[in-house]
Design a protein around this ligand. Structure first.
Ligand SMILES: Nc1nc2c(ncn2[C@@H]2O[C@H](COP(=O)(O)OP(=O)(O)OP(=O)(O)O)[C@@H](O)[C@H]2O)c(=O)[nH]1
Ligand SMILES: *[C@@H]1O[C@H](CO)[C@@H](O)[C@H](O)[C@H]1NC(C)=O
Ligand SMILES: *[C@@H]1O[C@H](CO)[C@@H](O)[C@H](O)[C@H]1NC(C)=O
Length: 419
């Protein structure tokens, strides 16, 4: 284990948050962008990244289990993250930084005037806030806000920065313009990747190792229901990701088809690139035959039974609150009775939470002989990357379902891992 106390001599704590409606899997992508900003800062000063607690995500709707203030260690392996950049949990920041105060909050936004075509340049400027601030002053002149559900946290100063460019455009501001020790970047999704698909990108992505207890659950399930083991599947895993260098195409995968079938808001919006259940099952059957597989593992967020769309909370655009939803799982079970799913007991749900179940589903899909996902779902994208890391042939990974009315069914882009 690497010591988590790397921050003892730190000059700065970098915190960040993302637009509330964004889901678990997009947030994992924003982490990669922020990690590269931190690497830039580390070239001249000691900074540590404070991991934003998980919670109150729109998709995490399982009733009766509290899902706020969830530390990263519930989903990811902290020592693995620390082999890439120094990170600490928010609770550790509270303990060592002298209280629930964040000295400077920068809310990132675009430029009010937009950008003129043909004149793209990276820039960052202090500007008046465009949207209404999600922070308000209390009677002691402190700023109060969401702060991942930590109500006692306060900000000392809030201002807005208009940004256009990759994550590292913020570095000069953090190094030169502010003397604050703790700086939070809110709406961090406004920053782009420094080098999407480059070496740093992949190092950070590979450091995002799933928490061991979730991998163990997934591995047991593979073994028990899918006759899938690392030995037979040629998916040898090393606890230390820096020691893992697999060649593309060496992984065989377990004797099953892995499927990610994203439903819910993807079908409520009547998207053309999403199939009907009948269409998806037809494709699944033809893939089983083509690859001479008998088992199919299905990861899906399809509605269990006669649910309604939630009436409160943050919801993605296009969602009609209180809408009655068809129980798609029932239909799927009728159409594809042999499908294997990870169906958690109530105790397992409480233990792993919606985020942990997503990880387990992704882990099992990542080990399949052949995978097919859903068009432009970040959930499917994260499975693509996981399979790339495990050494699968891209042909077995970058596949998606097509909508029946889709004229031009383009397949996902293949990203090659760079060491
Ligand atoms: N367990 C499980 N959960 C899923 C599955 N598909 C979607 N979900 C849930 O729904 C959420 C999907 O939204 P995310 O992928 O997180 O959010 P997003 O960034 O909007 O991603 P997309 O909407 O898929 O692009 C996930 O975080 C899961 O909680 C699935 O196959 N299995
Ligand atoms: C940072 O400081 C420089 C030099 O004083 C100034 O020109 C620039 O506008 C400042 N940037 C921000 C974002 O405040
Ligand atoms: C708050 O931060 C902004 C941006 O750095 C700065 O211009 C302003 O003086 C700060 N206000 C206070 C009260 O410190």
């Amino acid at each position: 284990h690497l010591a988590l106390g790397t921050s003892k001599t730190s000059e700065g704590y970098l915190l960040y948050d993302v637009n509330p409606p964004e889901g678990f899997n997009l947030r994992r992508d924003v982490y990669i962008r922020i990690a590269s900003l931190l690497k830039t800062l580390l070239k001249s000063e000691n900074w540590v990244l404070v991991l934003p607690p998980w919670g109150r995500l729109y998709h995490w709707q399982s009733p009766d289990i509290p899902q706020v203030r969830i530390p990263w260690s519930e989903f990811f392996d902290l020592p693995s993250l620390n082999r890439n950049i120094p990170v600490i949990e928010y609770e550790q920041f509270l303990a060592e930084s002298g209280g629930p105060f964040i000295e400077q909050i920068y809310v990132l936004q675009g430029y009010a005037e937009g950008w003129k075509e043909g004149t793209w340049e990276e820039k960052i400027d202090e500007r008046p806030c465009i949207d209404q601030l999600m922070y308000s002053k209390d009677k002691h002149e402190y700023y109060r806000g969401w702060f991942w559900g930590y109500e006692e946290t306060r900000g000392l100063n809030v201002s807005c920065l208009s940004v256009q460019g990759s994550a590292s455009v913020v570095a000069p501001v953090l190094l030169k313009n502010t003397s604050a020790q703790s700086v939070m970047l809110d709406r961090a999704e406004n920053l782009l990747h420094d080098h999407y698909g480059g070496k740093d990108y992949w190092n950070t992505r590979r450091s995002m190792v799933f928490a061991k207890h979730l991998r163990v659950v997934g591995d047991k399930f593979r073994n028990k229901y899918l006759q899938s083991t690392d030995e037979a599947d040629r998916t040898h895993y090393k606890e230390d990701w820096t020691q893992m260098k697999v060649k593309m195409g060496t992984a065989l995968g377990g004797p099953y088809l892995g499927v990610h079938l994203r439903r819910k808001d993807f079908i409520w919006g009547h998207r053309e690139d999403v199939p009907s259940l009948q269409g998806a099952v037809k494709k699944i059957r033809s893939l089983l035959e083509m690859h001479k597989l008998e088992k199919v593992f299905v990861a899906t967020d399809a509605v269990e039974e006669g649910l309604e769309t939630p009436k409160g909370g943050v919801s993605p655009p296009g969602l009609i609150p209180g809408l009655h939803l068809p129980p798609e799982i029932e239909l799927l079970k009728k159409l594809l009775p042999e499908m294997v799913r990870f169906e958690p007991s109530w105790e397992e749900l409480e233990l792993y939470k919606d985020g942990g179940l997503a990880v387990i589903d992704q882990w099992i899909c990542a080990h399949a002989r052949y995978f097919i996902g859903t068009s432009v779902s970040t959930f499917s994208f994260r499975i693509h990357e996981e399979r790339e890391i495990l050494g699968f042939d891209p042909k077995t990974t970058y596949n998606r379902f097509c909508g029946e009315r889709e004229k031009n069914c383009e397949q996902p882009t293949h990203w090659k891992i760079v060491y």
